[in-house]
Design a protein around this ligand. Structure first.
Ligand SMILES: C[S@@+](CC[C@H](N)C(=O)[O-])C[C@H]1O[C@@H](n2cnc3c(N)ncnc32)[C@H](O)[C@@H]1O
Length: 440
């Protein structure tokens, strides 16, 4: 079912999720509807569902089986398997087109043939001659056919198929439950999982290699496993962002006992998002084992939403002095270097999965992100004596990395003994071409 509205449109796919209808209802639902929404790039485009942004679904074995190598008088066509397409069209009920009634010569018998009664040719005389000249008309094994068929070669067919609105041959809910059981070794760890095969199809038509797939309601993490599988099976490099609330798990809030036990047995926090992560770990591990030749990334980084690590300046007018002293340390108590690091990546618009390397320079941990695009050094103290070794160490590392483009270095402001030490650090880095020196 397609609906087209200005600058956006959608379509509804039907997924058969169970074999039989549940008996506790008069009408038992055995399918789910999947809303496919795309933004049409071309206003007024006749194509619906933002089709220009969707892919064809992968060709199925069943579809390819329609293409065969057929015998012909001069031997099989060297262009390989083909499908036979009717060259005639129904001409009854006023659909007759006089110009589509003409004779063509069977090259094998020399006989001139015409469309059968009640039909006309589907193609013009010019087109039929072109097909004939190019050997694209099939006259049968012995070449004695009286109505030629047009050859559609598999290697010329679209590299995919239109997705039928009733999804064919998709796994059912019970398969989804089974997939989780295989991972966790326990039934019903998650109540409403979707099967990986279904998400694989939706991800493959809705995104392309190199894209980031976002699932705002991740649940058991099926979308993540689907992305892994597509990458492994097709050698692609999609990535995903899964969002899942850390819903508390507990017998008292109706969570499945299996979910609670699984978390307890695996030493996981009793929240649903911990199960999501565990599933992704298990899926990555089993794909690594089953596809040892795949060297792509089957891991993930997990983040939790929280307040900024940088304390907002909120002085109380009654005690400005205390607020000033308090403000010396801008970073919130109890936050790790990692917390600050990832906030920096977010704020600088850097990829949260950018490669991060650590090194100890002048006894301080220095993180290099994106091969020296960003250096972060957040120790609580940097004495005046350590400044030179630290700054030269960072500059040397950057030279080693042959960083392309600009580099930013971020320090903890309160770490420097005084402004002189901080200025020295910036000066040394500037001498080595690093002008972006910031402090938090
Ligand atoms: C139907 S389940 C998703 C099942 C998932 N497709 C799978 O295959 O496992 C919906 C999930 O969305 C989560 N959820 C609901 N509201 C959310 C929100 N605002 N942000 C993140 N997750 C949310 C729920 O905790 C639940 O796990």
């Amino acid at each position: 079912m397609n609906y087209s509205a200005k600058r956006g449109s959608f379509s509804i796919l039907s997924w058969r999720k169970r074999d039989g209808a549940p008996n506790d209802r008069t009408i038992g639902s055995i399918h789910d509807s999947i809303l496919v929404y795309g933004k049409s790039l071309a206003p007024g485009s006749l194509r619906t569902i933002g089709e220009e942004s969707l892919n064809l679904m992968p060709r199925t074995e069943k579809a390819n089986q329609q293409y065969q190598v057929f015998d012909e008088p001069d031997g099989p066509d060297p262009r390989g398997p083909f499908r036979k397409i009717d060259t005639t069209a129904n001409a009854k009920g006023g659909r007759d087109v006089p110009s589509l009634h003409f004779g063509i010569t069977n090259p094998h018998t020399g006989e001139v043939v015409y469309p059968r009664d009640g039909t006309c040719w589907r193609h013009s005389e010019v087109e039929m001659s072109r097909l004939q000249e190019d050997g694209r008309l099939y006259w049968g094994v012995k070449g004695t056919g009286r109505t030629p068929m047009r050859k559609l070669f598999l290697n010329e067919a679209k590299d995919g198929m239109a997705t039928p609105s009733i999804l064919p041959g998709m796994p059912l809910n019970q398969h989804a439950a089974r997939e989780l059981e295989v991972h966790f070794g326990k039934k019903s760890v998650f109540e409403t999982p979707k099967p990986v095969g279904l998400l694989e199809l939706l991800v493959s038509i809705g995104s392309s290699p190199g894209d980031i797939v976002v699932d705002f309601f991740a649940g058991s993490g099926t979308t993540g496993e689907a992305v892994y599988r597509l990458n492994v099976n097709a050698g692609e490099d999609r990535r995903y962002i899964l969002v899942q609330l850390p819903e508390p798990l507990g017998q008292d809030n109706g969570s499945s006992r299996a979910a609670v036990e699984t978390c307890q047995q695996r030493g996981l926090p009793l929240v649903l998002s911990a199960l999501t992560q565990e599933r992704l770990r298990l899926a990555g591990k089993s794909l690594h084992e089953s596809s040892p030749m795949f060297h792509g990334d089957l891991g993930f980084r997990a983040f939790k939403l929280d307040h900024s690590n940088i304390r907002a300046w909120d002085p109380s007018p009654e005690d400005l002095e205390a607020a000033l002293f308090d403000g010396v340390e801008h970073l919130r108590e109890g936050r790790s270097e990692q917390d600050v690091l990832y906030e920096l990546l977010l704020k600088l618009g850097l990829d949260l999965c950018a490669p991060i390397e650590d090194r100890t320079i002048a006894g301080k941990t220095v993180h290099s992100i994106g091969a020296g695009t960003l250096f972060v050094c957040l120790p609580k103290k940097v004495t005046a004596d350590e400044v030179e070794e630290l700054a030269l160490g960072i500059a040397g590392w950057r030279e080693e990395l042959k960083t392309a483009g600009e580099t930013t270095v971020v320090f903890r402001d309160s770490a420097f003994a005084d402004d002189v030490a901080k200025t020295n650090a910036s000066a040394i880095l500037e001498q080595h071409g690093i002008e972006n020196v910031r402090s938090l």
